[in-house]
Design a protein around this ligand. Structure first.
Ligand code: IPE
Ligand code: IPE
Ligand code: MG
Length: 250
């Protein structure tokens, strides 16, 4: 946490969340982990509404990592059916609220049915302006950087790009979310303090907010706390505190 004077960080333009703790939430209630995932969907709906109302223009949610396939088969298939059913149920509401939904991650592993539902939700909401919701599913930060490298290698092979022209900007331009600002605020619920292969490149200068609250319990109060906390941070991007303060005044 920074000093106690609010800076001009204001409302983050992009919030990225690792929605963690569903399994433990259920286990604490002697229920199967999948029950926690079902409850987690409700928390997800509330979070989308909250951050949209708060004026956050981009929200990225980690729904399923490239490593989550290693979980028990039953849990994986419950998660896949939950993605499908919650898209079927909630796309109308998203659309009515002016939210554009997009998926990031390697889609090749999804069923045809899920792929169709994803494509239709993306297509239907594509012109909405209130908030862009990016759902990271079968996403991994390593995958993202690797696919960016492949794209650049193809451009080199086709003679459109010199290897010496490859810089951070070129790589960033090929990543998922290249068209929106990097996350200003990263949130992880569930008490773990790690990135778990989420947006590795894009989180380079994000402010980090960790809470022990488990995802199904993620409330308006904690969400507001994440924004209040963010507003108190001084983002320096390598400069000194004085340089940043002078820029804000001037
Ligand atoms: C996050 O909750 C949801 C997904 C990974 C899909 P977890 O399922 O990881 O919950 P915990 O961490 O085991 O409690
Ligand atoms: C990260 O949570 C992935 C999602 C929330 C979708 P995990 O629960 O899979 O992360 P680890 O395994 O604890 O690092
Ligand atoms: Mg977890």
């Amino acid at each position: 946490m920074g000093n106690s004077i609010p800076n001009q960080a204001g409302i983050p333009r992009h919030v990225a969340i690792i929605m963690d703790g569903n399994g433990r939430w259920a286990q604490q209630r002697n229920m199967p982990r999948t029950y926690g995932h079902k409850k987690g969907v409700e928390a997800t709906r509330k979070a989308i509404t909250f951050y949209a109302r708060a004026g956050v223009a981009n929200l990225t949610l980690f729904a399923f990592s490239s490593e989550n396939w290693k979980r028990p088969q039953e849990e994986v298939s419950t998660l896949m059916s939950l993605f499908l059913s919650s898209l079927q149920k909630n796309t109308d509401e998203l659309h009515d609220n002016g939210i554009r939904i997009r998926f990031i991650g390697d889609r090749t592993a999804f069923s045809d049915k899920l792929l169709k539902q994803i494509a239709s939700a993306e297509q239907r909401t594509r012109d909405n302006q209130v908030m862009t919701l990016n759902v990271a599913a079968n996403y991994g930060g390593h995958w993202d950087i690797a696919q960016a490298a492949q794209n650049l290698a193809e451009q080199v092979q086709q003679g459109q790009l010199q290897p010496s022209e490859i810089d951070a900007e070129k790589i960033a331009g090929q990543l998922s979310l290249a068209d929106i600002p990097d996350p200003d605020l990263f949130i992880r619920t569930g008490g773990e303090q790690r990135l778990s292969n989420f947006l590795l490149w894009q989180l380079a200068y994000s402010e980090l907010f960790f809470t022990d609250v488990l995802w199904p319990d993620f409330s308006d109060q904690v969400m507001q706390q994440s924004l209040n906390d963010f507003a108190m941070r001084q983002r320096r991007f390598g400069q000194t505190s004085e340089q940043v303060s002078n820029e804000q005044v001037g």
